[in-house]
Design a protein around this ligand. Structure first.
Ligand code: AN7
Length: 365
């Protein structure tokens, strides 16, 4: 069976006409993986599922929104698209623009985007411009330029991005036969994705396709936590560069998602993100980029604070929680190598290898 992209699969919910030329890389349909060991390690009542968005065509959730944004840009006659990015949006925009045969320009913060993401934007032929400033400054410039010239802005303030990204919520509800999980946890940067998921869940419920709505849990990095602090952060800091954003464009709708769903937007330290990053890789075999681990770090923190102790599951005995793992670990190989034990370098000699493996010790005999 051929599995189509998110516009074709959820066409009734997408703003396309019968004759719209759909630009797609067959995004979506990402694995939803049950995390038995992680669940047991975090809370006895939690049933955690991992929505592995790193398996989208360019390695992040951005593809769900980019298929819709580029489809519309082409339909509306644009020949050039532009975005500011901490990396993943630029990778996705560059790939979908290449697919469509239009030009793409990306503004990125100099030195603050992961190697894999930079390589993607470059190889797909985008015009890559590094700004001596941060993401928020880059986005301000992109907004100014796109308001004056015939260039389509494809950051998540483009409403078509949100329309495409809401498909993630549809897939989760479909996977559980019309039931939304008790909770959904995700990292929050520019806050487009939490906005999109909440819109998706509400539309699916209104259409009679979801029995209930989840409570939304969003997590920012402590050095870049404007929504938690209640004010913009002029110089956002975090090693999770994807969410190094101090003034999110979708701030208000993120707060609406939190408040309407009786949810939480909290923050986690870089240390907590790193620990969750390693835990996911080592206990579940799931490799994500650092920002994606903020969702797991956030659940661990909430659990330690007793947050789940008195929660009544919607159905059955367990509290079902879906964690959105937004980007693939291969995006950021430098972080992976820094977080792990370095390889041994040996002569090509059996004894030496066995020694490193500990096989020559009596315990192994
Ligand atoms: C892996 O690429 O903002 O809250 O410019 O790459 O919707 O911004 C990326 C954000 C989470 C946060 N996880 O999502 C960009 C960019 C990963 C990300 C987020 C991003 P939003």
């Amino acid at each position: 069976m051929r599995i189509a992209g998110v516009i074709e699969r959820y066409r009734a919910f997408m703003p396309v006409q019968d004759n719209t030329r759909v630009i797609s890389l067959n995004e979506g349909s990402t694995p939803l993986i049950q995390a038995y060991k992680l669940s047991a390690a975090i809370h006895p009542k939690l049933e955690i599922w991992l929505k592995y968005e790193g398996l989208n065509p360019t390695g992040s959730f951005k593809d769900r929104g980019m298929t819709m944004a580029i489809t519309k840009a082409v339909e509306d006659g644009f020949k050039v698209v532009m975005c500011a990015s901490t990396g993943n949006t630029s990778a996705s925009a560059a790939a979908y623009a290449a697919r469509a045969g239009i030009k793409c320009a990306v503004l990125i913060p100099e030195g603050k985007i992961a190697l894999g993401k930079l390589s993607q934007a470059m190889v797909h032929g985008a015009k890559v411009i590094q700004i001596k400033g941060n993401f928020d400054e880059a986005l301000t410039l992109v907004r100014q330029i796109c308001s004056k010239y015939p260039i389509c802005l494809v950051n998540s303030i483009n409403p078509f991005r949100i329309e495409g990204q809401k498909s993630g919520a549809f897939e989760i509800v479909d996977a559980f036969d019309g039931v939304a999980p008790d909770f959904q946890a995700m990292p929050v940067g520019n806050a487009g994705n939490i906005t999109a998921y909440w819109k998706g869940y509400k539309e699916y419920k209104a259409a009679g396709k979801a029995a209930n709505l989840p409570r939304m849990l969003g997590f920012q990095a402590a050095g870049s936590a404007p929504i938690v602090l209640g004010h913009p952060v002029a110089e956002p800091m975090t090693y999770a560069t994807a969410i190094r954003i101090g003034n999110p464009a979708s701030w208000k709708t993120a707060e609406e998602a939190r408040d309407e769903s009786n949810g939480v937007i909290g923050m986690v330290t870089d240390h907590q993100i790193k620990e969750a990053y390693k835990l996911l890789a080592r206990t579940e075999g799931v490799f994500v980029e650092p920002a994606s681990a903020a969702s797991v770090a956030g659940i661990i923190k909430l659990s330690q604070n007793g947050f789940f102790d008195n929660v009544e599951p919607l159905y059955g005995e367990m509290i079902r929680l879906v964690c959105i793992l937004t980007g693939h670990g291969l995006k950021d190989p430098d972080s992976a190598i820094a977080a792990a034990e370095q390889p041994a370098t040996l002569e090509p000699n059996e004894e030496a290898i066995l020694e490193v493996l500990g096989m020559l010790e009596p315990a192994f005999a």
